[in-house]
Design a protein around this ligand. Structure first.
Ligand code: ZN
Ligand code: ZN
Length: 79
């Protein structure tokens, strides 16, 4: 994580959720939004709406055995 511009007058924090630079005075409020509504996927690091985490997992990270056709689909894409 790169250090933010070190302007001594304005303290900037890099949001761990969206990687944007947020004034430290706003970081708590900003982060609270994510804490309530969004979740970082522990598998790919993408930010996923909390209510879609299960769907995201199914679509992106579920074991292939749950989707017996997925290999066929991949083969079609790669050919
Ligand atoms: Zn953020
Ligand atoms: Zn993911």
């Amino acid at each position: 994580m790169a250090a933010a511009d070190s302007d001594p007058a304005i303290s900037i924090s890099t949001c761990p959720h969206c990687q944007r630079e947020i004034p430290s005075s706003n970081i708590a409020l900003h982060s609270a939004h994510y804490a309530r509504n969004l979740q970082k996927c522990e598998h790919c690091g993408n930010i996923v709406p909390r209510k879609l985490v299960d769907q995201h997992y199914d679509e992106n990270h579920a074991p292939a055995s749950l989707f017996p056709n997925s290999k066929l689909l991949l083969d079609a894409v790669n050919s």
